[in-house]
Design a protein around this ligand. Structure first.
Ligand SMILES: CC(C)(COP(=O)(O)OP(=O)(O)OC[C@H]1O[C@@H](n2cnc3c(N)ncnc32)[C@H](O)[C@@H]1OP(=O)(O)O)[C@@H](O)C(=O)NCCC(=O)NCCS
Length: 170
């Protein structure tokens, strides 16, 4: 069974995790815990409890982005900085890819972020895809592309809250 656990509470071996993206794998093995301790990111793992393996991981942190015409109010071309939340370092182990775990991790992150949106203001959730295949994955998860940066995608907080409210009306 796949369960989502906070990184700092998941007692599971991480050394065999391999997503096929060396930069992501290295970050996960060598920097994730340290960045958690510094409150720089919050990371969760998708853990395969039966196999005792990490199936995937995902993290989130506060950030700032530049609104572009894709989501600015009234489609204005004016560029201004807005508070945002970044979903980052999403990776699924190659043995588990294509089984819905990436989607599960994104859905879990969005639920958590929607809860935070009750106490903290931000206009948009952002992801920076490493490549076009990852961008297409995020499109399948409901994100839209920034007009000026096709590998960066967003979900407005308004859309996030509307989507998650269908699941969690509280
Ligand atoms: C990209 C990644 C996170 C996707 O995770 P996954 O568990 O394999 O994807 P899922 O099985 O949850 O797929 C969810 C949806 O995205 C779609 N999707 C997944 N990969 C896709 C791709 N390369 N191109 C187009 N659509 C894709 C699936 O078809 C599925 O849509 P559906 O539910 O409508 O059928 C994973 O393949 C991965 O970790 N890759 C290596 C690391 C990486 O590139 N990370 C992204 C960093 S930005």
């Amino acid at each position: 069974m796949i369960v989502i656990r906070d990184l700092d509470r998941a007692l599971v071996r991480r050394s065999t995790f391999w997503s096929g993206e060396p930069g992501l794998d290295l970050w996960f093995r060598e920097q994730a815990s340290q960045q958690e301790r510094r409150h720089n990111v919050r990371a969760v793992l998708a853990v395969d409890d039966d196999a005792g393996r990490v199936a995937g991981s995902c993290s989130a942190r506060a950030c700032e982005t530049v609104a572009d015409a894709a989501f600015s109010r009234g489609g204005s071309a004016e560029r201004y900085r807005v508070p945002a939340v970044l979903i980052a370092r999403l990776a699924v182990d190659v043995d588990y890819q294509g089984r819905g775990i990436g989607r599960l991790l994104v859905a879990d992150a969005l639920e958590r972020i929607a809860r935070v949106s009750r106490t903290l203001g931000f206009e948009v959730v952002v992801v920076h895809a490493l490549h076009e295949a990852a961008a297409r994955f995020y499109l399948a998860c409901g994100f839209r592309r920034f007009r000026d940066q096709p590998l960066s995608l967003f979900l407005t907080t308004r859309d996030l809250r509307a989507t998650v409210a269908e699941v969690d009306p509280g």
